[in-house]
Design a protein around this ligand. Sequence first.
Ligand SMILES: [Zn+2]
Length: 374
Amino acid sequence: MFKRLLLLCLVAGAGSCALAQERQTENVIIITLDGFRWQELFAGADSSLIYEKDYVHDKSVLEKFWDSSPVARRQKLMPFFWNVIGAEGQLYGNRELGNRVNCANPYWFSYPGYSEMMTGFVDNGIRSNDKKENPNATVLEYIHKQKEYTGKVAVFSTWNVIPYIVRAQAHGIPANAGEEHAIGDTLSDCEMLLNALQPILKNGHGERYDAFTFFYAFEYLKRERPRVMFISFDETDEHGHGGRYDEYLKSAHHTDRMISQLWQWLQSQEDYKNKTTLLITTDHGRGHISRKAWKNHGRLIPGSSQMWFAVIGPDTPVLGEMKNEAQYFQKQVAKTAAAFLGIHYENTEPVGEVIESMFIPELLSDSRIMDLHR
Ligand SMILES: [Zn+2]
């Protein structure tokens, strides 16, 4: 009888049933793949690049990632994004369908992008990638200031400027970036191994691999059970600038696998299962006009402001690839991430609006999603 009642009110979708409209998200994890294009996310390996011998030294990527069908290609490249998020979540930014996501900032490189994403607005004064503390507060510190989240927010990144962009140190948010070792006094075997290997195993650009960032984050998650995390990967951008399309594809694929591993674990844990929303995005796009344009990005390179979002979690309707004509902006991430936790985020400047389609409609009329902690 109870089941039938619940079903009835789910079907009716009316505002009368409290059971059907409870917000489920208690944890949010924001993940970024630096400079990873929407073109590869939605159509897989690019036919004009994967056969270029200047860009592809490792021919195995042809076998791994090529197919004449763009839908098959994207599934080969990003199987978690398409088999899991595509089936249970949402993907925004396929411009072929008129679904557009852009940076609102006019610079189209990393610091301005991450700052826009995390503060929720554009500060035109932010126009360098220098390791300087952001003059603006971010959504992470806003959440961290809420009593129940203090000490429950953490940041892991390959790029060592990320902690400055989110002002982690100044606000006591645990952060691990660049060459830093694991956070904590009692480390797991895995963390001790990572600490030992990190100085030895560097990528071709002298930086740590994204896998270190991932496993440091994963071990911290298992041990400290944070409620909000920002995990920022960097290899896709590095290989883009390096002109190695094979490595760019492999990095995206590895990242997809790491996110899959993370999601499987989250869905196996009592305190995270069906209570965690993943919000995945990028800091900027890359060029696409000429054959070499994909290597770079910036205000003089058309296409660099084009980006994408992916989201999966208990409060997000299953819509898969978004096919509606619409325009979204990077600055909407901050307020949307907070809204998943029922936190109404604001800053000294007006911030980008909540992306309403990421929430089941019943939740949008629920004042708790906007104002719970005010
Ligand atoms: Zn870059």
